[in-house]
Design a protein around this ligand. Structure first.
Ligand SMILES: Cc1cc2nc3c(=O)[nH]c(=O)nc-3n(C[C@H](O)[C@H](O)[C@H](O)COP(=O)(O)OP(=O)(O)OC[C@H]3O[C@@H](n4cnc5c(N)ncnc54)[C@H](O)[C@@H]3O)c2cc1C
Ligand code: SF4
Length: 330
């Protein structure tokens, strides 16, 4: 396959959501929504994805910026850059978990142009798939990673269903932990989906990682007042701290009542095709004192049922330790 230069496409630059929806609806599977381009341009340059029509969303001003909502929550336009989120005083003060997660994505250059919408809509980072092999996710009938010699160090511990790729996003688990709502605009108007339901596994659709359909656009992410001001913990473990995707990350939001954990939400990234909500660990910790013992018990419970592949056993103790630290140090 020639990888010398990007294949030609027709570029469209709408300045309203309605305009983008009309174009994406018209082009169907031959269209591509473009935000900061960090993920998209890799695909185009490698000629693995070759859309005929690219709809550049970046001229749609209504999809940019951070606004406080009358109900006490905060709305973040999908085109807001990760740098803007990391630096925003309201996000830092009220939803520090998301500011921290955004600050851990990739590198400063990528965060300066990479949008939160692109971060949560990005495709799987399995190297076989990225290289352009015809695996299950690409419409074929085999998985190259889930073989005895397959390179599956980065792949999943749960939710394997033909494909064993993981959710690669650093902000996605933070949004699940904060119980964010995702606003999706489509031909029939706007619908709002909980972050936890926004991400989908191969059992639902092996060729997509989110519920949004080709003719729809993620316009905003809404953080609820209920988790404003929560104590939080975020940690990402990667081979290198700049550039690299998470091997495992952990996002936790909690409120205490005295020394007891009154409410807690936890999610881990890069262990399943969706950010994995750690409900058993949450149940173990809820109502308990925030002590080392509680943290250890929750850590042990978080890894129950994990099914490693040949080269990713290390993720089990890694996740266990991250959960323990998250509860102890939040
Ligand atoms: C070298 C490198 C390292 C990286 N490291 C990390 C990392 O450590 N952690 C991490 O989380 N990510 C990482 N990324 C992934 C990603 O590029 C960035 O996270 C970035 O935020 C993507 O945003 P973008 O605006 O550039 O997306 P784009 O490339 O423009 O879009 C990405 C995808 O999302 C879709 N999309 C974008 N916006 C919308 C929208 N509003 N509605 C519907 N669909 C939309 C596009 O169609 C495309 O499929 C890395 C990328 C690179 C190239
Ligand atoms: S893990 Fe998924 S994306 Fe990777 S080769 Fe297997 S089917 Fe393809």
């Amino acid at each position: 396959m020639a990888r010398d230069m990007m294949a030609a496409f027709e570029l469209y630059q709408p300045d309203t959501v309605e305009g983008a929806l009309e174009l994406l609806g018209r082009f169907g599977k031959e269209g591509w929504a473009l935000a900061g381009g960090n993920d998209s341009l890799d695909w185009f340059k490698d000629r693995v994805k070759r859309p005929r029509y690219v709809v550049d969303l970046t001229g749609i001003e209504s999809m940019r910026g951070i606004r406080e909502l009358p109900d006490g929550g905060v709305e973040i336009g999908a085109l807001t850059t990760l740098t803007a989120i990391e630096r925003d005083p309201v996000i830092r003060q009220r939803y520090g978990l998301l500011a921290e997660a955004a600050s851990k994505v990739a590198s400063p250059q990528i965060r300066n142009t990479g949008t939160i919408g692109g971060n949560v809509c990005q495709d799987a980072r399995c190297w076989y798939y990225r290289y352009g092999v015809n695996c299950y996710r690409a419409g074929g009938n085999t998985c190259y990673a889930d073989t005895p010699e397959g390179q599956n160090r980065e792949h999943c511990l749960w939710g394997a269903d033909r494909c064993v790729a993981v959710s690669p996003s650093d902000t996605a688990p933070a949004l699940v932990a904060l119980d964010a709502r995702m606003a999706i605009a489509g031909p029939r108007g706007e619908r709002e989906v909980a972050a936890e339901e926004f991400f989908i596994g191969p059992n639902i659709d092996i060729e997509r990682m989110t519920v949004h359909e080709p003719g729809e656009v993620l316009t905003a992410i809404r953080l609820p007042a209920e988790w404003s001001g929560a104590r939080w913990y975020f940690e990402k473990v990667a081979d290198r701290n700049v550039w690299d995707f998470p091997l495992v990350n952990i996002a936790t939001a909690m409120f205490l009542s005295g020394d007891r954990i009154e409410r807690i939400r936890m999610a881990a990234g890069a262990v399943q095709c969706v950010p994995r909500r750690l409900t058993v660990a949450e149940q173990v910790a809820t109502g308990q004192p925030k002590t080392e013992d509680t943290a250890r018990l929750a850590g042990q419970s978080a890894v129950r049922g994990a099914t490693p592949l040949n080269y990713n056993h290390f993720k089990i103790p890694l996740l266990q330790n991250l959960v323990t630290r998250a509860i102890r140090d939040a």
